[in-house]
Every structure is written in structure tokens, then in C-alpha cells.
Design a protein around this ligand. Structure first.
Ligand SMILES: NC(=O)c1ccc[n+]([C@@H]2O[C@H](COP(=O)([O-])OP(=O)(O)OC[C@H]3O[C@@H](n4cnc5c(N)ncnc54)[C@H](OP(=O)(O)O)[C@@H]3O)[C@@H](O)[C@H]2O)c1
Length: 203
């Protein structure tokens, strides 16, 4: 069974998801300019995922909101240092200590088909381990100059295919990319002197 790990995130034009101190005032100010009823596809995306996996940095920010925003949706908080989830949160919120590979294995055991990966560092570690399937990035027309980056160092290039891109009248630009897997089929084969018949040809 295939598990899809999707990213759905907003960044400044210079690639930051939060200021250095974690604040997202610039994003909240931008969201305040969005016409009522427009959510840039967020509700549909949330409805399409079985669970949300977030780094502890994102969890910390979400805890500062007045209300828990994810309802009964399973949320897995990934941390090496947190010891517990506050008791007032829904029972579907779980604390995990694991690598991206261990987390995706657990999701597959649960029968999940699509995970929402959230938080810059966590997204980077899933990308590094080749486990992100799709990214939807909404670019907010602001430059922050510094902050917490969406992307970071990679051991190798991650090739992407553009699935869709749209601009909104209020200045956001949203692009969805599929990660192109480095499979043998996508790697060009060197020419050979005598071409061999395709594998599916009856012999
Ligand atoms: N612009 C947006 O749409 C958007 C979306 C999401 C979040 N944000 C903002 O981004 C900030 C959080 O992002 P962030 O990049 O600082 O942190 P993050 O990815 O949410 O969390 C990172 C932390 O998770 C823990 N962790 C456990 N396993 C990990 C692994 N395999 N890889 C990476 N981290 C792992 C580590 O802390 P411990 O092990 O010590 O717990 C790590 O420091 C918040 O300010 C939030 O508001 C913005």
C-alpha cells in the first residue's frame, strides 16, 4: 500500500515559515487580507489526509492558539525531548519519538494513506530521507530577511514536477509539486551496442 506524505505550507517570498522567535504575525496579517470564504484549498487538503505529523516547534506554536485547530483528526507530535501531551488535548494527539521512516511505517500499520507533514525541520528531515511525496507551497508577498527556513541542506537534489500553480488577487501564489522519485525508470540508461528486447516482449 502506498503512503503519501504531503506538505501544505505558507512561506515568505524569501523562504521562511516563521520569524527566528517562531512568530507568524506576518502570516496572520497576510491572512487577514484574504476574502471571507477563501481558504486557498486548506479545508479540502485537511479532509484528504488521515493524520497530521508535526515537529515539536510547530506543536509549541499551535498550543499558543486559543483553540485546538484540528478537531478529532489524529495528530502525531514528533519530539526527542517532550515527555507528554497536555491532558486537555483530544485523545487523538500522540507523542512519537522516531525517525521519519519509523513514523511512515507506523502510519502504514494504521492503514493510513496520506499524511500531512508540518514544521520546517520535520519537513526537511522527511525530504532528506526521501519520504515527501508532494508539496503545496503558498508564497506570501513579503520578505522577512531572516527566520526559520522551510528548506535546508540536502545530501542530493530533490527533483520536482509542477502539478499546478495559481495566483490569487490578494497576492498569494500557490504551487503544488510532486517529488520525482529517483527510480531506475527515471534514470537514463546508457546506450548499449545491441538493444535488448523490452522486458515485457514474449520470448
Ligand atoms: N508558515 C507556515 O505555514 C507554518 C507551518 C507550520 C509551522 N510554522 C511555524 O514554524 C515554526 C516551527 O517550525 P520549525 O522548523 O522551527 O520546527 P518543527 O519542524 O515544527 O519542529 C522541529 C523540532 O521537532 C523535533 N523533532 C523530532 N524529530 C525530528 C526530526 N526527525 N526532524 C526534525 N525535527 C524533529 C525537534 O525538537 P525536540 O526533539 O527537541 O522536540 C525539532 O527541533 C513555528 O514557529 C510555527 O509557527 C509555520
Amino acid at each position: 500500500m502506498t503512503l503519501h506524505c504531503s506538505v501544505f505550507i505558507a512561506t515568505s517570498l524569501d523562504g521562511y515559515i516563521a520569524r527566528d522567535d517562531g512568530s507568524i504575525d506576518w502570516l496572520e496579517a497576510a491572512n487577514a487580507t484574504v476574502p471571507p470564504g477563501e481558504d486557498c484549498g486548506y479545508a479540502d487538503f485537511m479532509a484528504s489526509v488521515d493524520a497530521l505529523v508535526m515537529g515539536s516547534g510547530t506543536f509549541e506554536k499551535v498550543l499558543s492558539f486559543a483553540d485546538w485547530p484540528y478537531g478529532e483528526k489524529p495528530v502525531w507530535v514528533v519530539s526527542r525531548t517532550l515527555t507528554h501531551i497536555p491532558a486537555h488535548l483530544p485523545a487523538q494527539v500522540r507523542l512519537l519519538h522516531g525517525t521519519p521512516g519509523e513514523i511512515t511505517s507506523l502510519a502504514q500499520q494504521q492503514g493510513y494513506k496520506r499524511l500531512y507533514i508540518d514544521g520546517g525541520k520535520l519537513i526537511q528531515s522527511f525530504l532528506q530521507d526521501g519520504l515527501v511525496t508532494e508539496l503545496t507551497v503558498t508564497t506570501i508577498p513579503v520578505l522577512l530577511g531572516s527566520g526559520r527556513a522551510l528548506f535546508g541542506r540536502l545530501a542530493r537534489d530533490v527533483k520536482l514536477g509542477l502539478v499546478a500553480s495559481r495566483s490569487y488577487s490578494f497576492g498569494f501564489v500557490q504551487s503544488t509539486y510532486q517529488v520525482i522519485r529517483n527510480t531506475p525508470e527515471s534514470t537514463p540508461t546508457p546506450p548499449t551496442a545491441a538493444p535488448t528486447p523490452p522486458a515485457h516482449t514474449p520470448q
